[in-house]
Design a protein around this ligand. Structure first.
Ligand code: GLU
Length: 502
């Protein structure tokens, strides 16, 4: 690659950033890091009607949480500042004017009522109205009126939009990094509005102008923008600019794979589709976030990287640095990516196993002494998906059992087990080193002396102490309960278990 890679993530702050948007940001970031290029964050906020307070900050916070940090852009600055399109407003009109002067765009004065009437008329004939080479000659625009008429409309400040004059005949072709060759006939495209009557550029004009000015080399974005890409290519051609390389990322699909993933799926499935919790400023409704659910940033990134990309090997766990090394546009899949929340949980469990025990202990068990808290985290870490579950498990763990597993009692409570528990209860008070090894040693030695096999007793010991037939490492559990508590629990159990005699 000869030119230096410059990529951008260009979200519109119209609500909480969808997790698919975060994936787009991630892939842009990975390509920039891999090639020693530049990753830019541009905020596309020209559509004032869709502005949502807090949405921009939400985007910045989400990217910061995941460590997808821009080199240039909103919040960072850079040579092409400002990076918020609403602050670049004055810049776009000259480009639309340039196309008008070159005969590649035109003024259109049709009111929305007139256009609605056209649409209705076409619909009644069973077809769809398009503002294009066939219809524009019959509509109210500068191509269909005399220079005098145009002048007087402009002089009287009649509201107008500027539309691109899409050629009647021609083909737009480009090679997308993911979709390969895309061909579209210009006859199927309509004369898109470039400047709105309020003087604001549309998304299409602002997006192309900014990508050109900011020297963007690769446009990596969601597949929903693929239908707009031919128009964007035509705009680059009209300006005489080199178009960037496009890469349209596959859709994120529902967990079952049929159709696009929606917020509704998330609500029904009880999983998040937003990186962080979001409170709708209008309704106050709260949407779940990966962060608040307890997903670790590294697990979230790893999960997102695999939604539409694969390394071509069996390896699944990738740190951000490893993703940078392994990433390439060529390995992005064409097919939609199923959003499998179980996979997200799996990644979280893998990363939890590598997490810093002391850090988790301080966050989730702040009321305990650090050494005990760390031991608890260690004990429960492989039994949880989210670290916040540890607090709950510890709470349950520290409560004395109210009931005892009936099934285990029925099958394992026998004379030998009873003797075993009695022997253990008699010897534990003598255990000098109350840690897992010391406890194990005491139990082992005392049972052996009594001629009882450990295997006959241990599950009943667990039931006696915890009420449950299964659970975390029993010796460490006993260490954490403490000597007095263990003896008290054991005696309590022996007093309620049925008395057996030989
Ligand atoms: N503002 C568009 C969006 O919200 C950007 C699309 C693009 O990357 O070109 O997704």
């Amino acid at each position: 690659m000869s030119e230096k890679v410059r990529v951008r993530f260009a979200p519109s702050p119209t609500g909480p950033l969808h997790i698919g948007g975060v994936r787009t940001a991630l892939y842009n970031y990975l390509l920039a890091r891999k090639t020693g290029g530049t990753f830019i964050l541009r905020i596309e906020d020209t559509d004032q009607t869709r502005f949502v307070p807090g949405a921009e900050q939400y985007i910045l916070d989400s990217l910061a949480w995941l460590g997808i940090s821009p080199d240039e852009g909103v919040g960072v600055g850079g040579p092409h500042a400002p990076y918020r399109q609403s602050e670049r407003k004055s810049l776009y009109k000259q480009y639309a004017d340039q196309l008008i002067q070159e005969g590649k765009a035109y003024y259109a004065f049709d009111s929305s009522e007139e256009l609605d009437a056209m649409r209705t008329m076409y619909e009644s004939k069973g077809s769809a109205f398009q503002y294009n080479a066939l219809t524009r000659v019959k509509l109210r625009n500068s191509l269909a009126m005399s220079p005098g008429e145009l002048e007087s409309l402009l002089a009287s400040d009649t509201p107008y939009v500027i539309r691109l004059k899409v050629p009647a005949k021609g083909e737009i072709r480009f090679q997308d990094s993911v979709r390969d060759w895309v061909h579209v006939h210009t006859s199927s495209m309509d004369d898109k509005v470039l400047m709105k009557s309020d003087g604001m550029p549309t998304y299409h004009l602002a997006n192309v102008v900014d990508d050109h000015i900011m020297e963007i080399t690769h446009v990596i974005r969601g597949e929903e923008w693929l239908p707009s890409a031919p128009l964007h290519i035509l705009l680059y051609q009209s300006f005489g600019w080199k178009a960037p390389q496009f890469a349209h990322l596959p859709l994120l699909l529902k967990p079952e794979g049929n159709g696009k993933l929606s917020k509704r799926d998330a609500d029904l499935g009880g999983f998040p589709v937003f990186p962080m919790e979001w409170t709708d400023p209008q309704t106050g409704a709260v949407s779940k976030g990966f962060r608040q659910e307890g997903y670790l940033p590294a697990a979230t990134l790893n999960f997102l990287a695999f939604l539409g990309w694969n390394p071509g090997t069996e390896q699944e766990l990738f740190s951000l640095e490893e993703l940078v090394d392994a990433f390439s546009l060529e390995r992005i899949n064409k097919a939609g990516a199923k959003f499998d929340v179980n996979k997200a949980k799996w990644f979280n469990q893998q990363y939890l196993k590598q997490a810093d025990l002391a850090e988790l202990a301080k966050i989730y068990l702040p009321h305990l002494a650090l050494a005990d808290a760390k031991a608890f985290v260690h004990l429960f870490l492989d039994r949880v998906t989210f670290p916040k579950e540890i607090s709950q498990l510890v709470q349950e763990f520290t409560q004395r059992p109210q009931v005892y597993d009936e099934a285990v009692l029925a099958s394992k409570w026998n004379v030998e087990a009873q003797q075993g528990l009695q022997v253990i209860a008699a010897h534990l008070p003598t255990c000098a080193d109350w840690d897992a090894d010391g406890i194990k040693h005491t139990i082992h030695v005392s049972l052996e002396a009594a001629g009882i096999k450990m295997g006959k007793v241990m599950q009943m010991l667990r039931v006696a102490l915890s009420g449950n037939g299964a659970g975390p490492d029993l010796m460490i559990s006993m260490q954490l309960w403490g000597k007095e508590e263990v003896i008290a629990r054991l005696q309590a159990a022996l007093s309620v278990f049925p008395k057996l005699s030989e």
